[in-house]
Design a protein around this ligand. Sequence first.
Ligand code: GZL
Length: 328
Amino acid sequence: MKRFFSLILCLALAVNIASCSGKKEQPKDKDLYVIGFSQVGSESDWRLANTKSMVDTFTEDKGYELRMENAKQRQDNQFAAVRTFILEGVDCIIIAPTVEEGWDTILKEIQDAGIPVIIMDRSVSVDDKNLYLTNYGSDFLEQGNMAVRWLESETSSMSAEDNLRILHLQGTYGATAQLLRTKALEVAVSQHDNWEFAAQLYGDFTEAKAYEVVTDYLRNDKDIDVIYSENDNMTYGAMRALEDAGITYGRNGQVRIISFDATKRALQYCLEGKIDLCVECNPLHGPGVEELITKYRNGEEIPKHVYVEETAFTYSDLTQDFIDSREY
Ligand code: GZL
């Protein structure tokens, strides 16, 4: 009888040590790899394409169970979703962070639970980069620099006396896409004596907010030469506001338009001469993220940051067939 109780005691100790080690016990007979995915929201066409790419990639017939939570652009919703994923004991957590700051604590909780985490799309600003496996997404500073280089080429014949007045529509404050697309433009304005901000307006990456703030702005000032809009949906809002104010825009208009994302609708407007530059931001992250997860599961090294390939389009780069062939 004593041997029986000492055996039970040993077993209980073994279980207790395993659970305290912080290493999540991976059930051996698991046939689906469970992924907890905290998505920013559904604020833009880009985001919908990004979500579709993830859903289309992590399917059950490929051995995955994707548990996606829509944070509705709120970081506290992401924290709640991640804590649920930890309690559910998922195999991997993917976070598309709303904003860069504030992630240290929750990433430490995930680490303590022994669950790998991939940061996708935007980035997180944490002291300890070991809190996540890798960051898969765009080089947003280069996107901004592509736009600046185009604007420089378009205005190279301007006389130094002529000022270039730029209306800057900013995305969600603190999101990497906003921070770095803004940085590229602010550096350029500081380097060009005749470039100036007419205004920097908060559009939160949504069409409705952009329409509201541009409409308000145009009531007091119609003297703008360029709109630098940090995503397509804000561009659509700005276009409506310009039309309401009787201001022409695009290739033959008063206001030149630069827009980020290069979704199908924006490319169509570019081909029609309504948007002058579409800077691509590739949302099709599913396959690339899956490749990184596979490498991780095989014990392979993965880089700390993986950038997606992107370019920029003007009217002359586009054909209807090319636009029709685009996935998003
Ligand atoms: C960019 C992404 C941005 C898009 C917006 O990777 O984070 O968020 O540019 C989206 O359309 O809302």
